[in-house]
Design a protein around this ligand. Structure first.
Ligand SMILES: NC(=O)c1ccc[n+]([C@@H]2O[C@H](COP(=O)([O-])OP(=O)(O)OC[C@H]3O[C@@H](n4cnc5c(N)ncnc54)[C@H](O)[C@@H]3O)[C@@H](O)[C@H]2O)c1
Length: 455
């Protein structure tokens, strides 16, 4: 309890205002919490790049009037303190999650740890009284997925899954056109995602290179793409068949080292990455290696890499839509190609994520009605991370009065169905068999997608 604002005074003041007609009862809740602060109490677990930046520093900068950080936790004590400096906050830091939850008593917990650990913090966070905002993927296997669904029901708390990709203007425009029936009934989708030799390689340097951490890129990366498909197609996935291989990174190469800084091949290796040129990475990772031995500039050719670097899947949806999907991690450039085929036409796009040669401020679609001529549709780009999606998502989550007209907010059902496609694809690669989504958890796929209830 805040000594300067005892609870009984707050109740007395608030009731006086209600009686005087100055505050509605719901506004009294916003007016002050039991700690005497008008700000929502946030804590964060996993204070690495994403946690300290997009969620940490950026929330403090943009939403500091309505949100305060009351606790930060990371298993690396050096990193959590570096993150505290980056964020410019004064809250206590912890390496023990349980202790943070009990002492800091957050209303909202942001989960930005390594993917395979999300479930433990989501579940325990809810049990200890917080609503959750979790980074994607919600989790990495079907058993953990079921435990999250059960815990949300049991605790009555709410999990929001942060699918920032839904918010970038070009993808929102596709959603609007498809929902307006621009191509009639969608019948099939071609969706191909290209990670380049810089961004793609980076997954093989870090913890993501091990399935046990990331669930493989089928889950870690493709969860974004599968969520977009579920949202665009407006139905649930039913069955997945997939192939995957590791040929480019990992043990396929003839030479390797431990990490780039110490490597004898640094002058000749095309994948050499000098982490010391990035001061933020030095502060977060290099300076804190003594605490956990984690090397952010690990070799992309390590023998232990056990994720795929090329992946293809066929996905069948409950409403009959068929999807051809692929992900490649060593392309010369970065972006995606998509085509929605429908009973009355086709909507297609080649979206380049970062190409200095096409330095235009718009993305372009080709929209062709059957028997008609192609129309070119331009969508203005927005500033900010992930095609502007990061900032627009935070506006939706934290600005009061924002309407979710395009159903961009996502909960556990969406979080589950996107990672379940990746889990099914991974299981299919391992077994050589098609995998049914309904065999993985209690979620029964529906012809019409079930949207999260707005909170
Ligand atoms: N939505 C997006 O576009 C996007 C982009 C980047 C990352 N992410 C997600 O954000 C999360 C974090 O990614 P990152 O790039 O910041 O990784 P990172 O390695 O920089 O940070 C992860 C942090 O979690 C900590 N951690 C790991 N296990 C822990 C545990 N058991 N207890 C406490 N702390 C633990 C690590 O020490 C590290 O500081 C991942 O889930 C990733 O998928 C999402």
């Amino acid at each position: 309890m805040n000594k300067n604002f005892p609870r009984r005074d707050f109740i007395k003041n608030a009731s006086t205002l209600i009686a005087g007609g100055l505050l509605l009862p719901s506004e009294t809740l916003k007016a002050s919490n039991i700690f005497g602060s008008t700000k929502k109490r946030f804590a964060i677990v996993g204070t690495g790049d994403r946690g300290s930046g997009m969620w940490g520093k950026d929330i403090v900068k943009t939403y500091g009037d309505s949100i305060e950080f009351v606790g930060m936790c990371d298993k690396n004590s050096g990193r959590v303190n570096a993150a505290k400096k980056i964020m410019g906050v004064t809250c206590p830091t912890f390496t023990n999650f349980e202790k943070m939850m009990l002492e800091a008593k957050p209303e909202v917990l942001i989960v930005t740890t390594v993917d395979a650990t999300h479930s433990e913090f989501i579940i325990r966070g809810m049990e200890l009284g917080a609503d959750i905002i979790t980074e994607k993927p919600m989790t990495t296997d079907e058993v953990k997925c079921q435990s999250i669904l059960d815990a949300e029901k049991r605790t009555g708390k709410k999990v929001t899954v942060a699918f920032n990709y839904r918010y970038s203007p070009q993808r929102a425009k596709m959603y609007e056109m498809l929902r307006a029936g621009a191509i009639g009934k969608i019948t099939s989708v071609d969706f191909h995602w290209y990670l380049d030799v810089h961004h793609g390689a980076d997954y093989f340097r870090r913890w993501h290179r091990l399935r046990e951490n990331s669930g493989s890129l089928w889950v870690h990366k493709a969860t974004h793409h599968f969520d977009l498909l579920n949202w665009w197609i407006d139905s649930d996935p039913e069955e997945v068949f997939a192939y995957g291989a590791l040929e480019h990174y990992g043990k396929a190469n003839s030479f390797r080292g431990e990490n780039c800084r110490t490597c004898v091949h640094k002058d000749s290796c095309k994948f050499h990455f000098d982490i010391t040129k990035n001061q933020r990475y030095v502060d977060l990772y290099v300076n804190n290696e003594s605490f956990d031995g984690y090397l952010r500039d690990g070799c992309v050719f390590k023998e232990d890499i056990n994720i795929f670097d090329k992946m293809n899947a066929s996905i069948k949806y409950k409403n009959g839509v068929q999807v051809s999907y692929s992900l490649i991690t060593y392309a010369p450039y970065e972006g995606y190609r998509i085509a929605f085929n429908g009973t009355e036409g086709r909507l297609e796009a080649w979206i380049q994520e970062k190409n200095p040669t096409t330095n235009v401020d718009y993305d372009e679609f080709i929209y062709t009605k059957n028997f008609g001529k192609p129309e070119f549709i331009k969508v203005t780009k927005t500033e900010g991370g992930h095609g502007g999606g990061d900032n627009l998502m935070k506006e939706m989550l934290f600005k009061t009065g924002k309407q979710d007209d395009l159903k961009q907010k996502a909960g556990t059902r969406d979080g589950a169905l996107s990672c379940l496609i990746g889990i099914a694809a991974r299981n299919s690669c391992d077994s050589g068999k098609p995998i049914r989504i309904k065999d993985l958890t209690t979620i029964e796929p529906q012809i019409q997608k079930v949207y999260a209830t707005p909170s």
